[in-house]
Write a protein that binds this ligand. Structure first.
Ligand SMILES: [Zn+2]
Length: 612
C-alpha cells in the first residue's frame, strides 16, 4: 500500500519546510535562508540552515540535510510513510486513502511472507520453551544463566525441538506452502528435493527489525559437541550486517543515555538488559559493518565497544573502531578484567561494578597504542616503526581535525617520538590522507581508504555551479565527457545532472535523489551542493561560466596527474624487470601526458587546491 502520486505532489507543493522545521527549532531569517542551532549536533553558533526556495535543509556542521520529509524522519525517528503523514498533518493537507500498487506490493510481499512465517515459527517455539517436556534442557540452561521468565518473554526466546520436520509440519498446518517455507530460510533444502528444519534442539533468539518484527533467528546448541550458534540465511526480509540485535528494545534508552554500548553476542545484551543496563546493541557474530555503524549513529554519537577480552575479541574491537571512526563516532573501548564478557561479568560481579568499569573505558587511541606496544620494545627501532605503523591508521580515520591532532599528540608521547621533523612528517602523512606505510588490519585499511575518498574543491565547485545555473549546464555539459567524471567519488551526481538535462527537466533535490542510489555516499553530498554558494546571486553572470570552465580544466588536470602517477609506478616496475620494449612504449605515453599537462599550466593554482 502507498499514497497516490497526486497527493504526494500536492503535499510537496504545500508543505512549508520553514514552518515544519520551525516547530522543532528556533529559526532566524538570514538572507534568503533561515538559520538555527542544529538539532542534530551540539553547537553554540548556528550552522543549520533551511532554504524555502530549494525546499531543503542542510547543516554545515554535521552535514545532515535533505527534504522536509528527511528532516521529520530524522527528528522523529520514523519511516518515510510515517513522515509523510506527519508533514501532511502539520501542513493541513488531508490524508487520502492508501492505494494498492501491484508492483510495490510484489516487492513488499516477499519480505512480508517471510516475516509472517517467522512469526508463526516464533510463536510455536515460544510455546515449546514454555511448556514442552523436551525443552527442559533449555529451561535449565536459562536458569543456570540466571535469566528470568520476564527476560525470556521480553526477548521472545524459544525452543526448537530436536526434529527434522516438526516445525515444517506446523507451518504447513498453518497454511504455508512448501515454496514459502523454503524461501523463509527456516528449513534447509535437500539436493534430492524436499527440506528439513534448520534449527533442531536449540535455544532460539529472534532477531527483530527496529519495529519489532522477527526477521531472522539465532539458535544456540544445548549440547556441547555441536556448532555453538547457527543463524538464519539471508532472505527477502533479512540482509546480514544491516541490523543490530536488541535495538528495537533499547533505542529510547540509547538516546536518553547519549551513548551506546556495543557488544558481540545475544547474551551479552540480554543479561545486562535484565540487570538494568539498557543502552546496548549487539553486532551478532559477524564483524561490525558500515551499515550497522550508520544505524548506531542515528541514535548516539558515542560508542563504548565492549567485546570479549580474548585475542579474537581484541582483533574484532580494532576492526570495529575503524568502522565506527569512519562514521565520525566517538569510540571508547571497555575490556573487562580477566577477559570476561559482559554476560559473565555482570552475573559474577554485579551491575554497579560493571558500570564502574564502563566509566574507565579507554579512548580508542589509548587502546590501540596499548595493543601496539604490547610485546614490543620501543628502544628497538624496528619494533618502534611497527608500532607507529599500527597506530597511525586509527588517527588518520578520525574525522575531526582538532581531535585528530589531540590523538596524534597522545600517540607521539606514548610511542616516545621526540624528533620534531619526524613528527612533522608523520602528521603530514595522516593529514594528507595518503596513509602510506600504515599497515594495520586489512579491514581498517579498507575503511580508511573509503573514508579518504573525498571530493575535491574543483569537483564541488563545478557541481555547485552546474546545479545552480541553467546557463552553466547548457554551456558546460556538452563539453564534458564521461571520462571527465567517471572516476570521481561524485560520478553519480554528474550522471544524474546529465540525465536530467537530457530529459529537459529542471534540476531539483527530489529528482536528483531519485536518480542516485541511496547507498551511494555521494547522495549525502546533495543538500550541501544545493546549498553551496559557488555562484552568489549578486555575482556577474559573465564570471560564472569561466569559473565553471576553470573547474573543468582543473578536473582534467587532476585526471592527467593521476595517470602520470600510475605511469611512474609502471615505469619503475619495467625498469626493475629490465623490460626495454615496455619502457619505450611507456616513455612515449609519458611525454604525451606531460605535454597535455603543460597545456593546462595556467590552472595550476586550482589543481594545487585539489587536496584542500
Ligand atoms: Zn548539525
Amino acid at each position: 500500500m502507498r499514497y497516490p502520486q497526486t497527493f504526494l505532489d500536492d503535499l510537496k507543493r504545500q508543505a512549508d519546510i520553514v514552518r515544519v522545521v520551525g516547530d522543532y527549532v528556533q529559526l532566524k531569517k538570514k538572507g534568503a535562508n533561515w538559520m538555527a542551532c542544529c538539532p542534530f549536533h551540539k553547537e553554540k553558533t548556528p550552522s543549520f540552515s533551511v532554504s524555502p526556495a530549494k525546499e531543503i535543509f542542510y547543516c554545515f556542521g554535521c552535514h545532515k540535510g535533505g527534504s522536509v520529509f528527511n528532516f521529520v524522519m530524522e527528528m522523529e525517528r520514523v519511516s518515510f510513510p510515517e513522515a509523510i503523514k506527519l508533514v501532511a498533518e502539520k501542513s493541513g493537507v488531508p490524508l487520502p486513502k492508501l492505494i494498492d500498487d501491484s508492483r510495490f506490493e510484489a516487492r513488499r510481499n516477499e519480505a512480508d511472507a517471510v516475516i509472517e512465517l517467522n512469526k508463526w515459527a516464533l510463536e510455536w517455539w515460544e510455546q515449546q520453551l514454555e511448556s514442552s517436556g523436551e525443552a527442559r534442557i533449555a529451561r535449565d540452561y536459562l536458569n543456570r544463566r540466571e535469566i528470568t521468565d520476564e527476560t525470556r518473554k521480553t526477548f521472545r526466546m524459544g525452543y526448537a525441538p530436536d526434529s527434522w520436520d516438526a516445525l515444517s509440519i506446523h507451518l504447513r498446518q498453518k497454511g504455508a506452502t512448501q515454496d514459502q517455507i523454503e524461501r523463509s530460510g527456516l528449513v534447509v533444502k535437500k539436493e534430492e528435493g524436499g527440506s528439513y528444519d534448520r534449527f533442531r534442539g536449540r535455544l532460539i533468539f529472534p532477531v527483530m527489525d527496529i519495529q519489532g518484527k522477527p526477521i531472522a533467528f539465532g539458535g544456540r546448541t544445548l549440547r556441547d559437541e555441536d556448532a555453538k550458534y547457527i543463524n538464519s540465511p539471508e532472505t527477502a526480509a533479512y540482509v546480514k550486517g544491516r541490523n543490530l540485535f536488541g535495538l528495537n528494545l533499547t533505542r529510547d534508552e540509547i538516546r536518553r543515555a547519549g551513548f551506546v554500548i556495543l557488544v558481540e553476542g545475544f547474551l551479552d545484551l540480554i543479561v545486562p538488559y535484565q540487570f538494568g543496563v539498557r543502552n546496548v546493541v549487539a553486532s551478532l557474530g559477524t564483524a561490525l559493518t558500515p551499515d550497522q555503524a550508520r544505524l548506531v549513529s542515528r541514535f548516539a554519537r558515542k560508542v563504548v565497544v565492549n567485546y570479549d577480552g580474548d585475542n579474537a575479541g581484541v582483533q574484532a574491537a580494532k576492526k570495529a573502531i575503524a568502522i565506527l571512526l569512519a562514521e565520525d563516532l566517538e569510540v571508547k573501548i571497555l575490556v573487562l578484567p580477566d577477559g570476561s564478557d559482559p554476560d559473565e561479568f555482570i552475573r559474577k560481579s554485579g551491575v554497579s561494578e560493571y558500570q564502574q568499569q564502563r566509566g574507565l573505558a579507554q579512548p580508542h587511541i589509548q587502546f590501540v597504542i596499548d595493543q601496539a606496544v604490547r610485546d614490543r620494545k620501543l628502544s628497538n627501532p624496528a619494533d618502534k616503526e611497527a608500532a607507529i605503523d599500527e597506530v597511525l591508521p586509527y588517527i588518520h580515520a578520525v574525522r575531526s581535525r582538532l581531535q585528530k591532532h589531540e590523538y596524534f599528540d597522545i600517540a607521539m608521547d606514548s610511542l616516545r617520538i621526540v624528533d620534531a621533523s619526524l613528527k612533522r612528517e608523520l602528521w603530514h602523512s595522516i593529514r594528507q590522507g595518503t596513509g602510506e606505510g600504515a599497515r594495520a588490519g586489512e579491514s581498517a585499511k579498507t575503511t580508511i581508504k573509503r573514508a579518504a575518498v573525498k571530493p575535491t574543491v574543483a569537483e564541488i565547485q563545478l557541481l555547485e555551479l552546474l546545479l545552480d545555473d541553467e546557463t552553466v549546464r547548457r554551456n558546460i555539459l556538452p563539453k564534458m565527457e564521461p571520462a571527465d567524471y567517471e572516476d570521481l567519488p561524485t560520478a553519480s551526481i554528474f550522471r544524474a545532472i546529465v540525465a536530467i538535462e537530457n530529459e529537459g527537466a529542471g534540476v531539483d533535490f527530489g529528482r536528483l535523489s531519485s536518480l542516485i542510489d541511496e547507498t551511494d555516499s555521494a547522495a549525502e553530498l546533495l543538500p550541501m551542493l544545493l546549498m553551496g554558494d559557488a555562484a552568489p546571486d549578486n555575482e556577474n553572470q559573465d564570471n560564472v561560466r569561466p569559473k565553471a570552465e576553470k573547474c573543468l580544466d582543473a578536473l582534467r588536470l587532476m585526471n592527467i596527474n593521476g595517470k602520470i602517477r600510475e605511469l611512474h609506478a609502471e615505469i619503475s616496475e619495467a625498469e626493475r624487470a629490465g623490460d626495454e620494449t615496455k619502457l619505450v612504449r611507456l616513455s612515449v605515453e609519458y611525454s604525451e601526458l606531460n605535454r597535455l599537462r603543460k597545456s593546462f599550466e595556467p590552472q595550476s593554482q586550482i589543481a594545487q587546491a585539489e587536496n584542500a
